[in-house]
Design a protein around this ligand. Structure first.
Ligand SMILES: C[S@@+](CC[C@H](N)C(=O)[O-])C[C@H]1O[C@@H](n2cnc3c(N)ncnc32)[C@H](O)[C@@H]1O
Length: 300
């Protein structure tokens, strides 16, 4: 029985085996990760159209999944957070290209996506829990403040402008206080490489959407197409969420090979309330002092 199976069977406490360094996380992910790929996986099928052999496709599929999970662990370590103590949600997880690498190193991993088959794959093959995401962002409000880390790779890259902000707010609501939302976007820099000249600087807008996707008809291109966004756009959208703090942007090549990655932290509402309360009581005691000074002056 491997370590992961032991932990899942409840015979061993995960916290007993905490890795000491990021190198340990990487080696645990490399050795403990399930290698089964669903024949329905669109990420695998898309990759196979780009490579000439199965071996190259598999290598790309596993390496890119590993790189994302490993870079997330590096980020968490950098901010003093230990994945072994964190509950992670992989939202829009697909068939678990990345999710599988989180499983051996996070306290708990949950997968969400819109297709039941994907959730069945997660429970039967990766041994983790999952839920089917609702068709409307408002449906996520029932899961407010649930996860320490919510990871969303390649969902915001597909949404049209009219639903982008709603999904951002709803997905962010699932992050616990002091937790992190980590999500990917497409940049102009990426599309200058893929389609040189097509998105000429003159036509740059903060958000460009067009109808095309890889799902071969599973999802409508009007609701799930392709977009490009600027950092200005992402920052503005985050600033509209009153508890979101922009932490950083990783440009393509720094965290993922192609996508940009944005990280936002959920500010602690109670701390904000305490500060506001302290300021308020400070202000009211100052007013009281002024009032009594004024009364003394009048009576004197
Ligand atoms: C490009 S795939 C990425 C899968 C996975 N994150 C990965 O990187 O391998 C995007 C996924 O988003 C899912 N999706 C689309 N709209 C969604 C929504 N509103 N809520 C949750 N998942 C959604 C799709 O079913 C698909 O599995």
């Amino acid at each position: 029985m491997d370590m992961n199976t032991l932990i899942k069977s409840g015979e061993m406490e995960r916290t007993l085996e905490q890795p000491a360094s990021i190198r340990d996380f990487a080696s645990i992910m490399r050795s403990e990760t399930v290698q089964t790929i669903s024949p329905q996986c669109e990420m695998y099928r898309f990759a196979s159209s780009r490579f000439s052999t199965d071996a190259e496709t598999r290598d790309y599929y596993f390496e890119t999944g590993f790189e994302l999970a490993n870079n997330l662990c590096e980020f968490l370590k950098e901010v003093g957070t230990n994945p072994y103590q964190e509950d992670l949600l992989d939202y829009a997880a697909g068939y678990g290209r990345v999710t599988r690498y989180f499983v051996p190193v996070f306290k708990s991993v949950t997968a969400a996506d819109i297709a039941e088959d994907m959730i069945t794959f997660h429970s039967q093959t990766l041994g983790i829990e999952g839920w089917i995401s609702p068709p409307d962002p408002a449906g996520l409000r029932a899961r407010t403040d649930r996860y320490d880390v919510v990871f969303v790779f390649s969902l915001f890259t597909h949404l049209p402008r009219d639903t982008w902000s709603k999904w951002l707010a709803a997905i962010f609501s699932m992050v616990k206080e002091n937790g992190y939302l980590v999500f990917s976007t497409h940049s102009y820099e990426l599309f200058e490489l893929i389609a040189p000249g097509k998105f000429d600087a003159k036509h740059k807008r903060d958000f460009v959407f067009w109808e095309a996707n890889e799902t071969e008809g599973r999802l409508p291109t009007s609701a799930y197409g392709c977009n490009i966004v600027t950092e200005k756009f992402v920052r503005k959208e985050l600033s509209r969420l009153k508890t979101a703090e922009f932490i950083r942007r990783y440009r393509k090549g720094e965290f993922d090979r192609y996508h940009d990655i944005y990280i936002a932290r959920k500010k602690c509402e109670s701390a904000r309330q305490n500060i506001a309360q302290t300021q308020l009581s400070g202000e009211s005691s100052m007013l009281n002092k002024l009032f009594s000074l004024f009364s003394k002056m009048r009576s004197g």
